[in-house]
Design a protein around this ligand. Structure first.
Ligand code: G6P
Length: 367
């Protein structure tokens, strides 16, 4: 009913717009004065400090993309390696997991069968399993050694939105806690963690531009294909941007590392194949500008997400959306509401129901 949807047309729209509050509740009590305070990790503090040698993140779909940002964050600011695996691969591999390994299972529903089987395997091999889920008492948390719940409230739309941004936020807080205990809590890490607390206000600003995003989406509804490109944290954001679009609009969309264009994907491009470039203001911006020029030389239309005030990106793209400047590591969070709204508007302009995409389920409990 309309009441359940809080006056919005769809749950997906409601959940996108809820993100200033959902991030706030996800982070409540978990960051204080620039330091992580995740009490659920206290019982494994000694394990992390003294024994931990390896970290795996195991997840599917959007949860996997949230894990990707955590991997980039931890590896950028520490010497800790993270192996990131899609659960349906992990469970049939010979993962090098032992009693010095922390396996982080990221699952919004806590019921995804591949992720569940992945943690069962990890437990057999002696790993410590930490689950992150939005559903209290669901199977994956019940079978894990430790649990961090997301506290974002139920998500009804099949395509994950508010739980994705909550996952990144909490995974960053977990990452910070681990880096702190492992002796990597630099000023840079502290700054990033402090910026997490600004996300609710940043989201209000981004969401206030939704009419602009609707107008841009109108320009892209008739294409059959679309490519999302980025580098570094922009790459992890491009994976999720492409997934959202394909899930609910059925436009063939894939995310690529912009540097990989020349190794294949660029062969696809022409005027019928637009590119969504994710260009937060960072060390790789100049490289992204070169990639955009290459794409334009193939006559592909370019829409970009850039940082406020980036005049150069405005000049060289057909359409652009600006987001506030943050640390680079935070950019997957500033990009997300834009690509979510973009996918949502493309879907409704194509007369599709974004809450019930064909062939997809909210939670995949059979293999
Ligand atoms: C399904 C959903 C996705 C979700 C994925 C993993 O495919 O449609 O939105 O990302 O499962 O779900 P989980 O509950 O494990 O995060």
């Amino acid at each position: 009913t309309l009441a359940e949807k809080g006056g919005y047309d769809h749950f997906m729209e409601k959940e996108i717009n809820e993100q200033p509050q959902s991030i706030k509740s996800a982070l409540a009590g978990r960051i204080e004065n620039g330091y992580p305070t995740i009490k659920e990790l206290d019982s494994i503090k000694d394990f992390i400090k003294n024994d931990l040698e390896k970290i795996y993140i195991v997840a599917c779909g959007t949860s996997y993309h949230a894990g990707y940002s955590m991997k980039y964050f931890v590896e950028a600011y520490s010497n800790i390696n993270i192996s990131l695996e899609v659960a349906s691969e992990f469970r049939y591999m010979n993962p090098h997991v032992d009693d010095k390994t922390l396996v982080i299972a990221v699952s919004q529903s806590g019921e995804t069968i591949d992720t569940l089987e992945g943690i069962r395997l990890a437990k057999q091999k002696g790993a410590h399993v930490l689950a992150m889920s939005n559903v209290v008492g669901s199977t994956i948390p019940r079978e894990s050694h430790s649990v961090v719940y997301m506290n974002t409230g139920p998500e009804i739309g099949v395509a994950a939105t508010k739980t994705y941004t909550a996952q990144i936020s909490i995974l960053y807080a977990i990452a910070a806690q681990i880096m702190n205990w492992k002796g990597y809590y630099t000023e840079e890490v502290k700054k990033i963690i402090s910026e997490l607390e600004l996300i609710p206000d940043i989201y209000k600003e981004i969401l206030s531009k939704k009419d602009h995003i609707l107008e841009l989406a109108r320009e892209y509804t008739h294409y059959k294909h679309m490519m999302f490109i980025g580098r570094g944290f922009g790459y992890t954001a491009s994976l999720e941007g492409a997934l959202k679009l394909k899930e609910i609009s059925y436009i063939n969309a894939n995310g690529y590392q912009a540097g990989e264009l020349k190794h294949g994907p660029i062969a696809l491009l022409d005027e019928s194949f637009p590119v969504f470039a994710i260009v937060p203001f960072n060390g790789l911006r100049e490289k992204m500008i070169s990639n955009i020029m290459e794409v334009k030389a193939r006559k592909a239309r370019v829409i970009a997400i850039s940082t406020k005030g980036d005049e150069k990106i405005k000049k060289i793209t057909n359409e652009y959306i600006e987001v506030p400047k943050t640390s680079e590591a935070i950019s997957p969070l500033t990009v997300a509401p834009v690509t979510q709204l973009f996918a949502y508007y493309v879907a409704i302009l194509r007369n599709l129901d974004p809450d019930k995409p064909r062939n997809l389920a909210k939670s995949v409990t059979v293999e």
